[in-house]
Write a protein that binds this ligand. Structure first.
Ligand code: TTP
Ligand code: MG
Length: 407
């Protein structure tokens, strides 16, 4: 039986929540992230700010250059997580299975609950209406026969959009002449590779499917399926709360004996873990350092802490643990958060964390961590840390650090 899937994604999520709560911000270019005098990036911005060319992950200095009249605010993750819980609660009532992708985004499998396309359309409309009526926020909704198509559909009419893609034929005819990037599993790297080979559009991918597979291997095989609209993946029920841990690890191409390098790698891993935790709105009360030595012996060192999702804490704790382990050559290093919770249970403490002076000491520490990488390796992430969240880039960077220190 053909699946019926809804993808729902909030519009300018963090910014919309702030505009809802502060009417004086409505209609203004609002930028959530770092402040212009800090080092950092844009988490998101209102559609008014997007008109100036500001977007997520942009260096905050660049954002300020494009939009000096913008209003700049730090994010309040606890607030967004609370709103996210309310959103998911509404959405989930309509689905047999729902898969949380981010605080503001989910796939809903309505095949069983709707049974017919017409009824699914009503559910989609209801979700939009209730999200607005009950939470005062707009979302964009896509209704489609597959996950990929549903995600494409929700993007199609953003903001406050609604779009349907009922069949693979409809999907293919919609995207056929668009850039390969339209298939959202095509990242910047893959796109570059395909473009270099003269494969620019989905049509090119279809015609030159063999080349796509040759260039991109297993991933290429999957991409050519998508180019023909084939995607039978199920909505796998997932609530971030069910995750046992959020971690990131890297295996070195050659064993590392220089523990100063390992300390520095932990800086990157800590930022990666923070990013993933924030993206799904979780904090951990445990921090783990994981090492595999050259002889394959694996150790983990865990430590309970006050609830956190801060890269600073993750780094400081794992770095401390690293000092205490036996210093032998290492082939793999990982950092992670466990005992996850989505609730700001220790609210008092959480809010303390957000007091300006603490925020600043956190921001100062972040700056120091990054400045260290600049000093010791010439790495300059100024506002472009986002790159290392991609595994490939993280891996390359770490390899570069390993080799750099040896020479
Ligand atoms: P998105 O859904 O990617 O963006 P958005 O909801 O702000 O805007 P759009 O209307 O285009 O969907 O991300 C959801 C939230 O996640 C976003 O409000 C802020 C946060 N986020 C970051 O913190 N960093 C990022 O790089 C991205 C992409 C999002
Ligand atoms: Mg969104």
């Amino acid at each position: 039986m053909q699946q019926i899937i809804i993808h729902v994604d909030m519009d300018a999520f963090f910014a919309s929540v702030e505009m809802r709560d502060h009417p004086e911000l409505r209609g203004k270019p609002l930028i959530i992230g770092s402040l212009p005098h800090e080092r950092g990036v844009v988490a998101t911005c209102s559609y008014e700010a997007r008109k100036f060319g500001v977007h997520s992950a942009m260096n905050i200095k660049e954002a300020y250059r494009r939009c000096p009249q913008g209003i700049y605010m730090h994010p309040d993750f606890y607030k967004y997580k609370a709103v996210s819980d309310q959103l998911h609660e509404i959405w989930n009532t309509y689905a047999a299975a729902s898969q949380t992708i981010a605080l503001d985004e989910a796939y809903l499998d309505v095949t069983e609950t709707a049974k017919t396309w017409e009824r699914a359309r009503q559910i989609a409309r209801t979700i939009k209406r209730r999200t607005w009526d009950e939470l005062g926020l707009t979302c964009s909704v896509g209704l489609a026969y597959s996950k990929t198509a549903a995600k494409t559909a929700s993007e199609e009419r953003k903001p406050n959009g609604y779009f349907e893609i009922p069949t693979a034929e409809a999907f293919v005819s919609l995207i056929l002449d668009r850039d390969v990037r339209v298939l959202y599993t095509v990242g910047a790297k893959t796109a570059e590779k395909l473009h270099a080979a003269g494969i620019h559009t989905v049509r090119d991918m279809q015609v030159r499917a063999d080349d796509v597979i040759r260039l991109c291997g297993k991933h290429g095989r999957w991409l050519t399926q998508l180019a023909f609209g084939r995607d039978e993946r199920k909505v796998t029920p997932y609530r971030p709360e069910d995750a046992k841990s959020i971690g990131r690890e890297v295996t070195f191409q050659q064993d590392v004996s220089d523990y100063a390098v390992l300390q520095d790698v932990l800086i990157l891993l800590a930022f990666c873990v923070e990013y993933r935790a924030k993206r799904v709105g979780l904090q951990g009360r445990g921090i783990t350092l994981k090492l595999t030595y050259a002889d394959m012996k694996q150790i983990t060192r865990s430590h309970l802490i006050a609830q956190t999702d801060s890269a600073v804490t993750i780094y400081q704790e794992t770095a401390k643990q690293l000092e205490q382990v036996q210093h032998r050559p290492v082939r793999l290093i990982g950092a992670g958060l466990y005992n996850l919770t989505g609730e700001a249970e220790e609210r008092q403490l959480s809010f303390d964390d957000m007091l300006p002076e603490n925020l600043h000491s956190d921001a100062d520490m972040r700056r120091q961590m990054l400045a260290g990488l600049h000093e010791r390796y010439g790495l300059d992430f100024a506002g472009n840390l986002e790159k290392i969240y991609h595994y490939e880039v993280l891996h390359k960077t770490v390899e570069y650090m390993r080799r750099y220190r040896r020479t």
